[in-house]
Design a protein around this ligand. Structure first.
Ligand code: THU
Length: 135
């Protein structure tokens, strides 16, 4: 399935009673399986989670760990880029050249990459004093 269509279908189920801003995300894993997520808000506002985070959680539960492609969709005058936290979350599971399609329900599409969204990403290579990577 087209990844933007998958994100659009998922978005219908978003739980956004506070912002009314429904977001859908779809990830195609390297295995080819498509995983979707939606934003899930909470009355304690900072506890809400983004659509991208939901899609990543679904991917991990599904047994995949490498992102091949991402699509995000919302009803906005312009394509909505992932928030800073979601950029970091995506970078954990994606190469920098992975395509990210930002779409609007009004038909606008903007293509970018994980690396363009988060240049100079903080990565596992920066952790020097962890058990797996001693200084
Ligand atoms: N949101 C996402 O789910 N993904 C994004 O890329 C941008 C923002 C959500 C968080 C919150 O539920 C609502 O959109 C308004 O910020």
């Amino acid at each position: 399935m087209n990844l933007v269509d998958a994100a659009r279908n998922a978005r219908e189920k978003a739980y956004a009673p506070y912002s009314q801003f429904k977001v859908g995300a779809a990830i195609r894993a390297e295995s080819g399986t498509v995983f979707c997520g939606v934003n899930v808000e909470n009355v304690a506002y900072p506890e809400g989670t983004c659509a991208e985070a939901g899609a990543i959680a679904a991917m991990v539960l599904g047994g995949d760990s490498k992102i091949a492609e991402v699509a995000v969709i919302a009803d906005s005058p312009a394509p909505v880029p992932p928030c800073g936290g979601c950029r970091q979350k995506l970078a954990e599971f994606a190469e920098m050249d992975v395509k990210v399609t930002l779409a609007t329900t009004r038909g606008e599409v903007l293509e970018t990459t994980v690396g363009a969204l988060l240049p100079g990403a903080f990565g596992a290579g920066h952790l020097v004093n962890t058990p797996d990577n001693k200084a």
